[in-house]
Structures are given as structure tokens and as C-alpha cells.
Design a protein around this ligand. Structure first.
Ligand SMILES: C[S@@+](CC[C@H](N)C(=O)[O-])C[C@H]1O[C@@H](n2cnc3c(N)ncnc32)[C@H](O)[C@@H]1O
Length: 158
């Protein structure tokens, strides 16, 4: 097996065969493009501590890495990782690499190694419950914008 040149250049160190890449479509997004796409997100969405973002085919985590970096302007790392970001990735080695890139344990309930087509997207109901019970504090220096009829703020990156 060999290291795929494109993926190596965009941040993944995993060795993959051409056959595997063909099967799983593992061609990751370069960070410059990730950052440019994140720049298109409304700043109020980025500032809102209740905004959530998911990449359900996360690869080595480039979108989540870019989001984490941008969200650190407004939120703590703890809040971002435990309340704002979510990932699903089918390949075990990619999942391990994305967890390492984000700085979370492989068992963190928000970063799941699963098939996105069959996963139930529960992401550890316990964490949500703890948050609702006030065991996890929300940042204090934030007032939410008035409610409107905009569509969900969840973002899906593929
Ligand atoms: C085109 S890459 C995109 C990775 C990342 N979103 C990016 O833009 O850098 C697709 C990723 O989806 C994963 N994948 C493919 N089928 C999947 C499935 N059914 N469930 C979860 N992940 C899947 C592959 O392993 C691969 O890492």
C-alpha cells in the first residue's frame, strides 16, 4: 500500500490503496477550500453557542478542524468539542486520525465511527441531557438573536 498523494498533501497520513480510495471516495478537501467555505457562514451562526455542525463523511476531519479553529474566536474549546461539532466516519483509521486531529478521545460520543447511512445519529443522548440539566455550562457572554423562521442551523459537509 502507499500513501495517497492528494490526501497526504491535505493532511492525512494514512496509507490507502487506489482500490480503497475508489470504493470509499476518500479524496479530502484542502484546508484553503475548507476555510473559504467556512467564511461563507453567517457570523451570527458562528457566534451562537447553540449552533451545531456535522460532517457525516468526515475523513480526517478537515471541515471540523477548520470549524474548530474559527469557532475558537467565540467559544471555549470545551464547548466547541462537546456541544457544537459532530462527525461520522466509516473507516476506522480515518476516525482515529480525525479524533487525534481534533484532540478528542476515540470514544467521544460526538465523533462516531459508523456507516452514515445506517447510524441513528443519537450522538450520546447523555451529553445532551447533562447539558439540559445544567451540568454543562453555556458561555455567559452571549445573547441569542431574536427567533426567526430561518431553516435549521445545522450544516452538512460532504
Ligand atoms: C470525499 S471524502 C470527504 C471527507 C471530508 N468530508 C472532506 O471533505 O475532507 C468521503 C469520506 O466519507 C467516508 N465515507 C464513505 N462512505 C461512508 C459512509 N457510508 N458512512 C460514513 N463515512 C463514509 C470515507 O471513508 C471518506 O473518508
Amino acid at each position: 500500500m502507499k500513501k495517497n498523494k492528494h490526501n497526504l498533501e491535505v493532511g492525512s497520513n494514512i496509507e490507502r490503496s487506489d482500490e480503497r480510495i475508489k470504493e470509499t471516495q476518500e479524496v479530502f478537501t484542502p484546508m484553503e477550500l475548507v476555510e473559504s467555505m467556512i467564511s461563507d457562514i453567517d457570523i451570527n451562526i458562528l457566534k451562537n453557542p447553540e449552533s451545531t455542525f456535522i460532517d457525516n463523511s468526515a475523513g480526517c476531519g478537515n471541515f471540523l478542524i477548520g470549524l474548530k479553529k474559527r469557532l475558537l474566536n467565540y467559544h471555549t474549546e470545551e464547548h466547541i468539542l462537546n456541544h457544537m461539532l459532530y462527525a461520522v466516519e466509516m473507516m476506522k483509521d480515518n476516525h482515529k486520525e480525525l479524533c487525534s486531529n481534533l484532540g478528542v478521545d476515540v470514544n467521544h460520543p460526538h465523533y462516531v465511527c459508523a456507516d452514515a447511512l445506517t447510524y441513528d445519529y443519537s450522538f450520546g443522548e447523555l451529553m445532551k441531557l447533562e447539558s439540559q440539566l445544567g451540568k454543562v455550562k453555556k458561555p455567559e457572554s452571549y445573547s441569542p438573536p431574536p427567533k426567526n423562521n430561518e431553516p435549521s442551523q445545522a450544516r452538512l459537509f460532504l
